[in-house]
Write a protein that binds this ligand. Structure first.
Ligand code: ADP
Ligand code: MG
Ligand code: ZN
Length: 572
């Protein structure tokens, strides 16, 4: 038979939940409210929870996309402890991690006094379990996908329950694990595709926090869900504002000033990619009078625990951490060309990943690079695009750096600068030289600094061809060329073979740059008087003795941000 059509994915982006008044008329509503209070000790539902609970109780397939922490568990735990719907018996819950299962079952039995059990490789079905299941006494049974589909003993038990009408529903938590398009594919999850065939009348609830359109479609078709109720929440986080700042050699001061100017007395997290960077920045922040500590997976468990508690209890203001600290939070990732290169190098050198997965990871890194380089589109529009969600930028209300920026965006014709950049890189290669990003930038702008002179960049074709273009525009052009693959990054080992130096080389499309009629970029020229925008101050940190304004060629000119390129690669 033809697969059922995948329902439309309409994103519900309203921030709060005023449930449809019709839902309050549901015959299950009184019991649901009562059990919400009695069992879980809660007074009200969060967005989409009531919809999900009633749909599950009604025996419908239900798809829930809700952010982490949004309250997905309640969507299936509450129906499991209600009896007023047509479904009887046990709710079978599949989650990918045994640790997660232990936590949930522990909480259900100890805190909420709900009869819940779990079966995994260490914890077999006991005869007491089977008796209780046959009497409909167990509300929730957590199983690994392997147990549910592959263990013959478990299958026998489920078949008998099914025949007695005692399988209330299947719940697939972290449902994105079934999709090879998802972030977190698990082989064992693919076997869940057989549930519908083996237990055709049992409703399926799928829940996830991370799925784009394609992944959602994949989940629904693999589980063969039947016109599920789609409860899809927006990925927009109204409580967050976004600001992307280009990493300059002074980025440590920028971080400490941002904290001191905008978050005095508030606590926060600075995320970094490398463990060593966490330690360095935490150390630096302390010298600036900020109470900071670092946190990463390389630390002893006790030390990590102490830092986490100290931060939670406000004895530490700032934790500088890798993503090991509180998974799933956005990283205010500073970035530069070197970061792009380092990330790509890390992906390419990992021999445990398949070529397909590498290609996907590379695409993600490039998207991150584009995100950071794009100074004209609303950050929310860009972030939500990643989840296939369209966002009206007027709703941002200047809560991101690009919307808060008052400069107008112009379409700048940069054809000649772009061609000159490729020419300069090509003539450097002919001369047997490698250009770092700063040599390329300063060379294009005709700088006569020491570095340019000693490396004889001023003798190359293309040198000085952009001497009347502002630095930020040339910077944008180089990023554009990297993005379009006219140019690429590479790394060379330095003399002592200890560190990588990032260099710019010809990209696969280098030869096409001369055939393109016009190359343009979206650019926001500086406001008169040097002001960039309301949210960005150009003030020099008070701790530095240097004057606030320098000659344009010197300003940040030494490096186009290669500060972290030398970081040891030890990501978690
Ligand atoms: P998710 O699985 O979506 O990441 P959880 O189900 O683990 O989220 O819930 C996150 C937290 O929110 C839990 O501490 C839970 O008790 C709480 N929570 C869920 N629903 C509600 C509610 N309606 N009212 C108050 N707290 C809730
Ligand atoms: Mg969850
Ligand atoms: Zn915006």
């Amino acid at each position: 038979p033809a697969p059922p059509p995948i329902p439309a994915q309409t994103v519900d982006s309203a921030p709060t939940s005023a449930p449809d008044p019709k839902l309050l008329q549901s015959p299950y509503y009184p019991e649901v409210m009562q059990q919400l209070k009695n069992v879980f000790g809660l007074d009200s539902f969060r967005k989409n929870q009531l919809e999900a609970v009633l749909s599950a109780m009604d025996g419908k397939d239900t798809f829930v996309l809700m952010p982490t922490g949004g309250g997905k568990s309640l969507c299936y735990q509450l129906p499991a402890v209600c009896t007023s719907g047509p479904r009887r018996g046990v709710s079978i819950v599949v989650t990918p991690l045994v640790a997660l299962m232990n936590d949930q079952v522990g909480q259900l039995t100890k805190k909420y006094r709900v009869n819940a059990v779990l079966w995994n490789a260490d914890n077999q079905a006991s005869s007491e379990h089977i008796t209780a299941l046959n009497q409909g006494q167990i509300a929730l049974l957590y199983v690994t996908p392997e147990k549910l589909v592959e263990s013959n003993r478990a299958k026998d038990i489920f078949k008998r329950l099914y025949e007695s009408g005692l399988l209330a529903r299947f719940v697939i938590d972290e449902a994105h694990c079934i999709s090879t398009w998802g972030q977190d594919f698990r082989e064992a999850y693919t076997t869940l595709g057989s549930l519908r065939k083996e237990y055709p009348n049992v409703p399926i609830i799928a829940l996830t926090a991370t799925a784009n359109k394609r992944t959602v479609g994949d989940i629904i078709s693999q589980l063969q869900m039947r016109s599920p109720l789609m409860l899809i929440q927006s990925f927009n986080r109204q409580n967050l504002s976004y600001k992307v700042v280009q990493k300059s050699p002074r980025f440590k001061f920028e971080i400490s000033n941002e904290i001191k100017d905008h978050y005095p007395g508030k606590s926060g997290i600075v995320y970094c990619r490398a463990k060593q960077t966490c330690e360095n920045i935490a150390q630096f922040l302390k010298t600036q009078g900020i109470i900071a500590a670092y946190y990463h997976a390389g630390m002893e468990k006790d030390d990590r625990h102490r830092v986490a508690t100290d931060w939670q209890e406000n004895r530490i203001q700032v934790v500088v951490a890798t993503i090991a600290f509180g998974m799933g939070i956005d990283k205010p990732d500073d970035y530069n060309f070197g970061d792009l290169n380092t990330s790509l190098r890390m992906i390419r050198s990992d021999d445990k990943t398949t070529p397909e997965a590498k290609a996907r990871q590379e695409a993600d890194v490039r998207q991150m690079f584009d995100f950071a380089a794009n100074q004209s589109e609303c950050r929310r529009v860009q972030l939500l695009q990643h989840f296939d969600e369209r966002f009206d930028r007027r709703l941002c209300q200047k809560t991101c750096d690009t919307c808060a920026d008052e400069r107008e965006t112009v379409k700048a014709d940069v054809t000649s600068v772009a061609r000159a950049a490729v020419t300069l890189v090509r003539s450097a290669r002919k001369a047997g030289m490698s250009l770092t990003p700063s040599l390329l930038m300063n060379g294009l702008r005709g700088s006569t600094n020491q570095d340019i002179k000693s490396k004889r960049v001023d003798t190359l074709d293309g040198y000085g061809k952009a001497n009347d273009s502002p630095q930020d525009l040339v910077d944008l052009v180089i990023k554009h060329l990297l993005h379009e693959e006219y140019l690429a990054t590479d790394s060379i080992k330095n003399a002592h073979n200890a560190f990588h130096t990032d260099v710019i080389v010809l990209g696969p499309k280098a030869n096409e740059v001369n055939h393109r009629k016009e190359i343009t970029v979206a650019w926001r020229p500086k406001l008169k008087g040097g002001r960039k925008g309301p949210e960005r101050s150009n003030s020099t940190p008070s701790t530095s003795g240097k004057p606030a304004s320098r000659a344009p060629n010197q300003r940040r000119g030494r490096k186009v941000g290669t500060e972290l390129a030398d970081d040891p690669i030890e990501d978690d």
